[in-house]
Write a protein that binds this ligand. Structure first.
Ligand SMILES: *Cc1c(COP(=O)(O)O)cnc(C)c1O
Length: 394
């Protein structure tokens, strides 16, 4: 299946027999019939085990894994209860005491906090580098580096990383490369084809698209995912609930059309913001003014619905905007039909989440100033969203 719109609806399913449901059925069961001659290890280690226990795998979850794998051009996928569940599982499965991780200095705050607070006590050393700078990544590699992890576009400043360039560095050194592609989605970017070993997503965002459930996934080679299933899914237990999988699978049917609409709306809102007197900087990968617009054009088939904007006196305006917007929700999270806006003061996030100082802090300030509004443009009419922002700003 080569057309992504068809893949988004059909991949992973077989054509049914008379009497079978056309829509996906929801399998709510914690366990499944088995037999004494089916060894328990089979459920853990086979590529396609019989359903056995839902923490190990579930037919509804399995369909979502297959669908996402087809969209990403990956051999297989493994779902988790949340994006953080998937990312923590990836780190714990690929890194051991004595190993070294290279990671974006700016990425999803929860991931930045996880690698800062929880990996060093396990004996895993971490270098946080600007992954938009390939030379910086190259010089951070050590003999014990096992994983390079980058997020593109990176939350919340929409800085990009050159996936093919990173893969060139890691493949020669036999280091795994993992890309958090949550903001891009497989509609925009397919990191496996660019040389990445793993892709992770918070399915909570665009894949779910309606803001009503959490979910996460790791995609990559089957054999690697079998190992991760055994070590980090079955034993740590952050398994996805089948109802979450059912909601997200249903949402994937419209992912291509939704991403087109998110991009259309974001372009209009970004254009409005760029011309507004109270806005000092607009970062949108689809704009020529984005510092990495050329990379965005090469690596992204869709510029997504996320905008980062610096407002004059942003800290003072945040309170007013939060009270005056009527369509935008002043809230975290992103990628849903409902538009969101949220303010990230630089001082707080740079200290508490990213632990930036010196040149790294200056580089962050270059994008974010004293603070940045992260705007997730939903599926409302862009004219209405612009009117909403305009009245909140006036
Ligand atoms: C939200 C998010 C995560 C974490 O996902 P959860 O589903 O909230 O656990 C990780 N990476 C990115 C880029 C995100 O936006």
């Amino acid at each position: 299946m080569t057309n992504i719109r068809t893949t988004a609806i059909h991949a992973g399913r077989s054509h049914g027999q008379p009497g079978e449901p056309v829509a996906q059925s929801l399998t709510l069961a914690s366990s499944f019939y088995t037999a004494p001659d089916i060894p328990i290890e089979f459920g853990q280690s086979a590529a396609e085990p019989l359903p056995f226990y839902t923490r190990w795998g579930n037919p509804t979850v399995r369909l979502l894994e297959r669908r996402m794998a087809a969209l990403e051009g990956a051999e297989d996928g493994l779902c988790f209860a949340s994006g953080m569940g998937a990312i923590a599982a990836l780190f714990l499965a690929t890194l051991r005491s004595g190993d070294h991780l290279v990671i974006s200095d700016v990425c999803y705050a929860g991931v930045a906090e996880l690698v800062h607070d929880m990996l060093p006590p396990l004996g895993i050393s971490v270098s946080r580098v600007d992954t938009s700078d390939l030379a910086a990544v190259k010089s951070a590699i050590r003999s014990n580096t096992r994983l390079v992890y980058a997020e593109t576009p990176a939350n919340p400043i929409l800085k990009l990383a050159d996936i093919a360039g990173l893969a060139e560095i890691t493949s020669g050194a036999k280091i795994d490369l993992a890309i958090d592609s949550t903001l891009a989605t497989p509609i925009a970017t397919r990191p496996i084809a660019l040389g990445s070993n793993f892709v992770v997503h918070s399915l909570t965002k665009y894949a779910c698209g309606h803001g009503d459930t959490l979910g996460g996934i790791i995609l990559g080679a089957s054999q690697r995912l079998i190992e991760i299933r055994q070590s980090s899914l079955i034993h740590i237990g952050a398994a996805m609930h089948p109802f979450a999988a059912w909601l997200i699978e249903r949402s994937l049917h419209t992912l291509p059309q939704r991403m087109a609409a998110h991009q259309h709306g974001a372009l209009a809102v970004a254009r409005f913001l760029s011309g507004h007197e109270k806005i000092s900087r607009v970062l949108y990968p689809g704009f020529p003014s984005h510092p990495q617009h050329e990379l965005a054009k090469a690596q992204m088939d869709n510029f997504s619905g996320m905008i980062a904007a610096q407002f004059m006196d942003g800290g003072m305006l945040a309170q007013r905007i939060s009270q005056r917007v009527k369509l935008f929700a002043y809230a975290v999270s992103l990628g849903k039909s409902h538009s969101n806006i949220y303010y990230y003061p630089t001082e707080a996030i740079a200290q508490k989440s990213f632990h930036l100082s010196g040149a790294a802090l200056a580089a962050y300030r270059d994008y974010a100033g004293d603070g940045i509004f992260r705007i997730s443009v939903g599926l409302e009419d862009p004219d209405d969203l612009i009117a909403d922002l305009n009245s909140a700003l006036s």
